[in-house]
Design a binder for this molecule. Structure first.
Ligand SMILES: Cc1cc2nc3c(=O)[nH]c(=O)nc-3n(C[C@H](O)[C@H](O)[C@H](O)COP(=O)(O)OP(=O)(O)OC[C@H]3O[C@@H](n4cnc5c(N)ncnc54)[C@H](O)[C@@H]3O)c2cc1C
Length: 540
């Protein structure tokens, strides 16, 4: 029998070469790229500094974990068998909603202060890093506001509560709540992109309407109201359906919660209007025109969220690389790891820069700005979301096996990564929408040309790429080539924003690898990039 030391002396459980716990994260102070691009977009940086410090605390990180570990529960009936149609969330979910709405996530863009949309967009970016699930109801609440302008009386009753900076998660009629949230229910089984195929019907009932029909996706069924589409006699029409009426629950049955990929904190549901009382929003037959105002604003958030998810993944990967050695050398000093992370960091900063730049355009109200906002937001939504899953997957691999383990945030980020591409216009639909905008609104194309022109003459590779794009696409492409066209345009626009607003070395690295010929198909297959200034953007 060999002589063994007492078990307590064995080194097996001495923890070495594992990164320290993160503790409180100041998501503003640690993110130089956010500070640069938020300032360039005209956002309220003092507000963001406070929010970034608060939302990154260990307490909020733990709330994010708890809200996903304890998913919402569907409560169809009470103990006596009476219908409830409610969803019960873990207290951590409510805490996060309170933190976001209380800090003005849904309000700041509508309070008249300068840079409100840019500030809001940066809040989406920050919140997505901690818990992306709560962003969904808060985003829809923000985005519903402009659609509500279609009816002054409804606007007056609802908008002060949607923008009250108060979260009230109770199930009560609007009049008894100081703050309210708004959801959206458009998608039906037979067609989501093509909402004109909606089969839900609306019939007049005195001064209101009754809706009958099934909605296949309704992601925030505990909202106080829903903007929805239904077929009225005059065609597809937009309605506001309150969840509660003064006399009690409205007739909205929750059928089931979706067993979905992505975050577990939010409760995506299928609902049934069973003669639900509704109020018309906008003209009869003008449903798409009315709700498109909401869609336009949710698109801004779906363009910002991937930047936040990428940031969170890279922040953890960089922390890991700086505290872990392999083969006696820090991972963050290994040349190949540096190439991989720098390459990923360029996609993240590009998405952040373009998203915030477009948000800044939302803050300007000229005719040209409005035309460009519709185009710019679609370009940003398409490119950022197409890059996001791969960036997160590679960041996950940078952690090795632990990237695959739920003790780190990487699995949640990975599951969430594809979502913002799918809703509010899936990739193909967005590309076709971009072609449509350029065809119908020449002003949008003119502003885009000006935007690209602003970076001309500063980087030889950019200039050559812009020229090559124009030669390849002398006119709008056929539908089949729309993705190629949009990817090229969105990359050029990102490069133009980086040339103007990012450190020169970062812009040069982006342009050289994305528009030059110095890159393969997989992350890190790059050459000629000075990694130091790019990785410095990751902080630490
Ligand atoms: C987690 C989650 C939450 C959601 N929450 C909500 C919600 O709260 N409210 C709500 O109303 N909806 C919600 N949705 C639904 C979402 O908006 C739709 O799934 C989306 O709009 C796509 O519609 P669809 O599923 O019917 O797909 P389809 O419209 O059938 O599209 C399928 C595919 O075909 C492509 N396609 C469509 N038309 C064309 C074309 N002309 N040429 C080429 N390709 C085309 C699309 O890009 C897509 O890739 C949610 C979805 C998810 C995943």
């Amino acid at each position: 029998m060999p002589h063994l030391p007492p078990w307590s002396d064995l080194p097996t459980h001495e923890v070495t070469n594992q990164p320290p716990a993160r503790g409180d994260l100041d998501l503003w102070d640690s993110d130089a790229a956010l500070r640069d691009h938020a300032a360039a977009a005209g956002a309220d940086v003092a507000h963001l500094a406070g929010y970034g410090a608060r939302i990154g605390t260990e307490e909020m990180q733990e709330a994010g974990r708890a809200a996903n570990r304890h998913p919402p529960e569907l409560m169809l009936f009470d103990a006596g068998g009476r219908r409830l149609d409610e969803v019960r969330f873990h207290p951590a979910y409510h805490r996060l909603m309170e933190a976001g709405l209380g800090a003005g996530y849904a309000a700041v863009a509508w309070e008249g202060a300068k840079g409100g949309h840019a500030t809001h967009a940066a809040m989406v970016y920050l919140t997505s890093q901690i818990e992306p699930g709560v962003c969904c109801p808060m985003t829809m609440t923000y985005a519903a506001v402009p659609a509500m302008r279609a009816d002054p009386a409804l606007f007056e009753a609802w908008v002060p509560k949607l923008t009250a900076r108060i979260y009230d998660g109770s199930a009560r009629p609007l009049a008894r709540k100081p703050g309210a949230t708004m959801g959206m229910a458009m998608t039906e089984k037979q067609g989501g992109s093509d909402v004109r195929a909606n089969a839900t019907v609306a019939e007049r009932d005195g001064d209101a309407w009754r809706l009958q029909g099934h909605k296949w996706f309704c992601s925030a069924p505990m909202s106080d109201g829903f903007l929805t589409l239904a077929q009225a006699e005059g065609g597809l029409t937009c309605f506001l359906v309150p969840r509660w009426l003064e006399e009690g629950r409205n007739r909205i049955a929750i059928q089931r919660l979706k067993d979905k990929l992505g975050n577990r904190a939010n409760a995506s549901a299928e609902i049934e209007y069973e003669g639900a009382r509704a109020f018309r929003l906008g003209e009869e037959g003008a449903g798409v025109r009315t709700i498109i105002e909401m869609v336009h604003h949710t698109r801004l958030d779906t363009a910002m969220a991937p930047a936040g998810l990428m940031r969170a993944a890279l922040d953890h990967a960089w922390h890991w690389a700086r505290h872990r050695t392999a083969f006696q050398k820090q991972l963050s000093d290994q040349p190949l790891m540096r190439s991989v992370l720098a390459d990923l960091a360029l996609d993240w900063e590009g998405a952040l820069a373009l998203g915030l730049h477009v948000a800044g355009v939302f803050d300007r109200r000229g005719e040209a700005d409005r035309a460009f906002a519709r185009l710019g937001v679609a370009l940003a939504k398409f490119l950022g979301n197409k890059l996001c899953p791969n960036v997160i997957y590679e960041a996950m691999e940078a952690l090795g096996g632990m990237g695959y383990v739920e003790d780190t945030p990487l699995p949640l980020l990975y599951r969430e990564a594809p979502l913002n591409s799918i809703w509010e216009g899936s990739g193909n639909v967005i590309c076709l929408d971009i072609l449509r905008t350029l065809r119908r609104a020449p002003l949008a194309g003119e502003v885009l040309a000006e935007e690209l022109g602003r970076a001309s003459g500063q980087d030889r590779v950019f200039d050559a790429a812009l020229k090559a794009h124009m030669q390849r696409f002398p006119r709008l492409p056929e539908e089949a080539q729309a993705r190629w066209y949009v990817e090229s345009l969105a990359t050029l626009l990102t490069a133009s924003v980086l040339i103007r607003n990012a450190p020169q070395a970062v812009a040069e690295a982006y342009v050289g690898t994305r528009l030059g010929d110095g890159r393969g198909r997989v992350a890190g297959a790059i050459a000629g990039v000075e990694t130091e200034p790019v990785l410095a953007r990751l902080g630490g």
